[in-house]
Design a protein around this ligand. Structure first.
Ligand SMILES: Cc1cc2nc3c(=O)[nH]c(=O)nc-3n(C[C@H](O)[C@H](O)[C@H](O)COP(=O)(O)OP(=O)(O)OC[C@H]3O[C@@H](n4cnc5c(N)ncnc54)[C@H](O)[C@@H]3O)c2cc1C
Ligand code: SF4
Length: 514
């Protein structure tokens, strides 16, 4: 009988050191991590995203090695690296005489299918294990909404609160309400200063040098000796502490607010740590609850706490459930049949639209924008301009630190672009300058005038907004959340409506110069 020897694969977003796999040190098990061209090249990525993933993978390999586990690590420029998961595995299994292969359930459809295919071609027995990260399994959302056309997040969220007993008192929601969103939509009024952004000064110059040397195409900025993102569990926990102590007390209040004064506001910036699984969602929820119960630090009201927990226990798990219920068709949905190209300034921030310039500049600088910037600035504009959802997806998947397809595509194609025709959102998230002026300070001093809809310096969001509604009337007017806007449109004089459509056409013709 040959000696039993197992090879276990860990993907770049499976850095869960609390996983049962690592509970015991076993000499008959070897872990493998690979930096692969297929991962750097499936879309053009922000340099910080690739450097951050590789740095976190290397740190993870270092930590489990220190614990006593046996690890094989393929760097991107390793001559032994075949740049193919399958070839690397085949070679290792043959050379090291492995008798068994195990991997963790991938979260991206692409990798899920690839590993299933690889597994079917290996000559050794294969087993797959759960990542022990999520609070639902892949099919929970689909099962919960069986036979329903719409998947209501609020129903799912209440189900999750009950399932895990979170923010409940005698089976009822703590404070009397399930959802405090109505009280959580304030503009930033400077009543409390935004705390300085907690950053890490990780030196990733060797990784950046390697990425360049290997010819990987990237975009965005980086200070190679000063990557600000957490690349280890320890740093992720420090970021979590910073959030619960300094930002959570105001998280809900300013959740939708935007200001030129701060690029992160009161948001947690935990998505990279969560999506790489350096942090577990339940420990993040519990840390928030513990801080809210603590006698020290600023008071954390139920509005703030519930608002934050809903993002993790509700939105994050719900989005994942939609992904698995609708892939692979989801990738092809284009409800409005949009075909335009993404304007050049998505890659350069070179635009006179202040709101777009602010959101894109910080995205290029930090690989981060918070939810409302993604949804109501860059996403809103792309939808109003009729951009092909494939291009929009490519951009969001490349630019953000936290972008992995299972969460990116449902947020982009579904919530932001309404390309799924309303599986996720009950209406398209489009707005004129009104919303942006109300929720931000971007309009102050902008080249364009938020209260002008036609003529010189009129805000492009205004004419685009009406032209969008006009263009898609047949698909939208029966939607009760939008129908009121059609009544407003119908009440306008014909020449006013014509001027709006003409203005939108003029701007559309010069879209790269706005
Ligand atoms: C067009 C678009 C694309 C997006 N792409 C991604 C993406 O690629 N990866 C990603 O993680 N999130 C994505 N989001 C959701 C959300 O914008 C980010 O999770 C959030 O901005 C991350 O910053 P944060 O950690 O500071 O979040 P916070 O505001 O502090 O929220 C806390 C956590 O809640 C979770 N969360 C909040 N909103 C959502 C949501 N809508 N969907 C899923 N989880 C949520 C995240 O894990 C986040 O870290 C996208 C949203 C939009 C509108
Ligand atoms: S005026 Fe228009 S383009 Fe300028 S910041 Fe306001 S919404 Fe954006």
């Amino acid at each position: 009988m040959p000696e039993e020897k197992t090879l276990r694969l860990i993907l770049g977003d499976q850095l869960n050191i609390g996983h049962g796999w690592f509970a015991r040190i076993r000499k008959d098990i070897i872990y493998v991590l690979m930096e692969e061209r297929q991962e750097t090249d499936y879309v053009k990525h922000h340099i910080q995203k690739i450097a951050g993933f590789f740095a976190a993978m290397r740190q993870f390999a270092f930590e489990i090695t220190r614990q006593g586990h046996r690890v094989i690590y393929f760097r991107l420029d390793d001559p032994e690296n075949e740049q193919s998961i399958e070839k690397n595995l085949q070679k290792l299994i043959k050379k090291e005489k492995f008798t068994r292969f195990e991997y963790l359930l991938p979260d991206e459809y692409r990798l899920d299918r690839q590993l299933e295919h690889i597994a079917s071609r290996l000559t050794v027995p294969v087993a797959m294990a759960d990542t022990e990260h999520f609070l639902t399994d892949r099919q929970d959302v689909k099962r919960l909404f069986k036979g329903k056309k719409r998947y209501l997040m609020e129903s799912f969220y209440r189900h999750m609160r009950k399932k895990y007993g979170i923010l409940l008192e005698n089976g009822k929601p703590l404070g009397g309400k399930w959802n405090y969103d109505q009280r959580n939509r304030n503009r930033y009024d400077k009543a409390v200063p935004v705390p300085g952004v907690k950053v890490f000064n990780n030196d990733v110059s060797d990784i950046v040098e390697m990425i360049d040397r290997c010819g990987v195409k990237t975009f965005g900025n980086i200070e190679p000796n000063n990557l600000i993102w957490p690349v280890s569990r320890r740093q992720s926990l420090e970021l979590l502490d910073d959030f619960t102590e300094k930002r959570l007390p105001y998280f809900g209040t300013y959740q939708d607010a935007m200001t030129s004064e701060s690029w992160a506001m009161f948001h947690s910036r935990l998505s990279f740590s969560l999506n790489t699984k350096m942090l577990n969602p339940m420990e993040v929820i519990q840390a928030a609850i513990v801080q809210a119960q603590s006698k020290t630090g600023p008071k954390i009201s139920i509005e703030q706490l519930e608002g934050f927990i809903r993002q993790i226990l509700g939105w994050r798990e719900y989005i994942r459930g939609i992904y698995w219920a609708h892939m692979p068709e989801y990738e092809t949905l284009n409800h409005f049949d949009n075909k335009e190209s993404l304007p050049d300034y998505y890659w350069t921030a070179d635009t006179r639209m202040n709101c777009m310039r602010a959101a894109i500049t910080q995205s290029l600088k930090h690989a981060y924008a918070h939810h409302i910037q993604r949804l109501m600035i860059t996403g809103n504009f792309a939808l109003l301009a009729g951009v092909d959802p494939n291009e929009v997806d490519g951009w969001y998947l490349g630019i953000y630190m936290d972008a992995v397809q299972w969460v990116e595509i449902v947020n982009t194609r579904g919530m932001s672009q309404f390309a799924d025709g309303g599986i996720v959102a009950t209406k398209p998230y489009v707005s004129s300058a009104n919303y942006i002026r109300k929720m931000s300070d971007y309009c102050n001093g902008c080249f364009y005038k938020p209260d002008k809809s036609t003529g010189d310096c009129s805000c492009p969001f205004n004419s685009f907004y009406w032209a969008f509604l006009h263009r898609h009337r047949s698909k939208l007017e029966k939607n009760h959340r939008v129908s009121m806007m059609y009544r407003t449109w119908d009440r306008m004089k014909v020449d006013v409506r014509d001027d709006l459509v003409k203005q939108a056409q003029t701007y559309m013709a010069a879209i790269n110069n706005l």
